[in-house]
Design a protein around this ligand. Structure first.
Ligand SMILES: NC(=O)c1ccc[n+]([C@@H]2O[C@H](COP(=O)([O-])OP(=O)(O)OC[C@H]3O[C@@H](n4cnc5c(N)ncnc54)[C@H](O)[C@@H]3O)[C@@H](O)[C@H]2O)c1
Length: 364
């Protein structure tokens, strides 16, 4: 069977990661087109990755018959529009995290894809990160007995592009940007149980001059079986990306540090090319990671999604996953505004951005 033709929307950070990752596992898929608003950027991206077609308007990419599945690596506020247009054009969709800006958008995206008979897949690579997959396999075998606590943290020095800092385009701060990974992770790791309540403590500690968003976030999720998820996020940790998990059960525990734990403790007085995402320096002691995309699970994720398009696998991260995460994000922002935990389900109407629930919490 032919390889699945992928069209990438966006030509910067995540688009580069996805194009490189598809090449690492080339048996099921290939990138056949890219679209990005600045034509020259689309062109240079296509040249860099050996992609045959490039467009300035993603709607042109949606008309390209070679494209069967798109990957949306554009800012959060355009995820819903692009997904709905892609569904109407009959293309399967892989949408980057967070799924969108509001629960209404999430519903429209799921609805449009269901009506068009295309897959909506949610790009949560932590479900594919080899170290985390090993932890889940052991947990599912019963290695830790009943698990009562799962922790996930993602922290770095702050996003690389301006739009992340503008809550009108991103929908929120570190919680929305990084916490979406932890929410999905804890939920998936524990077997996708119902969420009972959410508590979050948010603050803007360092970057109030740059964003209205939160740059520090601690979130506690209570699941229906009484297990707890704790998620820690920060945009204020210089020294490179930090992504790690801890799992605790009645019969054991496991710890995994995705990046530093897979790195070479290195000392250099003069520095070198690259250590790890968001590291501002390579001088002195650093932790250069190898096979970075592989350790995150991006190639494995894209292979899985391509196999889903061919009906060989069923998506383990789909639109529903993204919607669960959105609802927890809503509750977390509202909790921080209200100063108490928020019981689920939680579905206030007419929210424009999740972060508004922190700034102007709904009345009880
Ligand atoms: N899974 C992960 O770990 C991960 C990592 C980084 C980013 N992301 C997500 O990927 C998405 C993109 O983030 P990024 O870091 O690549 O941002 P970026 O700013 O580096 O790149 C965004 C790209 O989208 C393009 N774009 C902007 N507006 C557009 C529009 N209206 N239509 C089409 N393209 C448009 C830009 O020109 C640019 O090429 C975000 O949703 C982000 O949250 C996920």
């Amino acid at each position: 069977m032919e390889k699945v033709g992928i069209g990438i929307v966006g030509s910067r950070f995540q688009a580069d990661c996805i194009a490189a990752s598809v090449k690492m596992m080339p048996d099921e898929a290939e990138v056949v087109a890219v679209a990005s608003p600045t034509r020259a950027n689309a062109e240079s991206f296509a040249r860099r990755h050996g992609i045959p077609a490039f467009y300035a308007d993603y709607r042109e990419l949606l008309r390209d018959p070679r494209v069967e599945m798109i990957h949306i690596s554009a800012p959060n506020y355009v995820h819903a529009r692009i997904t709905i247009d892609a569904a109407r054009a009959g293309k399967h969709v892989v949408c980057e995290k967070p799924l969108c800006m509001t629960l209404e958008e999430a519903d429209e995206m799921l609805d449009a894809c269901a009506k068009a008979g295309v897959l909506l897949m949610y790009a949560e690579e932590l479900f594919f990160a080899p170290k985390y997959v090993k932890a889940k396999q052991m947990a599912d075998e019963g290695a830790f007995g009943r698990i009562h606590l799962v922790k996930q943290g993602e922290k770095h020095s702050g996003p690389h592009a301006d739009w992340f800092w503008d809550v009108k385009q991103s929908g929120g701060g570190a919680l929305m940007d990084l916490g979406c990974h932890g929410i999905a992770f804890c939920w998936w790791f524990l077997g996708k149980p119902k969420v009972k309540s959410v508590y979050s403590q948010l603050s803007t500690q360092v970057h109030a001059d740059r964003t209205e968003g939160d740059d520090e976030a601690i979130t506690i999720i209570e699941f229906e079986d009484d297990a707890v998820g704790i998620i820690e996020n920060s945009w204020n940790r210089p020294g490179g990306m930090d992504d790690s998990i801890e799992v605790f059960g009645e019969k054991g525990q496991t710890y995994a540090d995705m990046l530093m734990g897979n790195a070479l403790p290195t000392y250099s007085e003069v520095g070198f090319g690259y250590a790890v995402e968001k590291a501002s320096s390579t001088r002195g002691w650093t932790y250069p990671v190898f096979e970075e995309h592989w350790n995150y699970g991006f190639p494995q994720e894209m292979r899985h999604f391509a196999r889903c398009v061919r009906g060989k696998e069923t998506p383990i991260a789909d639109g529903e996953t993204g919607r669960v995460v959105m609802e927890v994000l809503y509750a977390a922002y509202a909790s921080a505004g209200l100063g108490r935990k928020v019981p689920m389900p939680f579905r206030p109407q007419g929210v424009v951005r999740p972060i508004d629930l922190w700034k102007n919490p709904p009345r009880a």
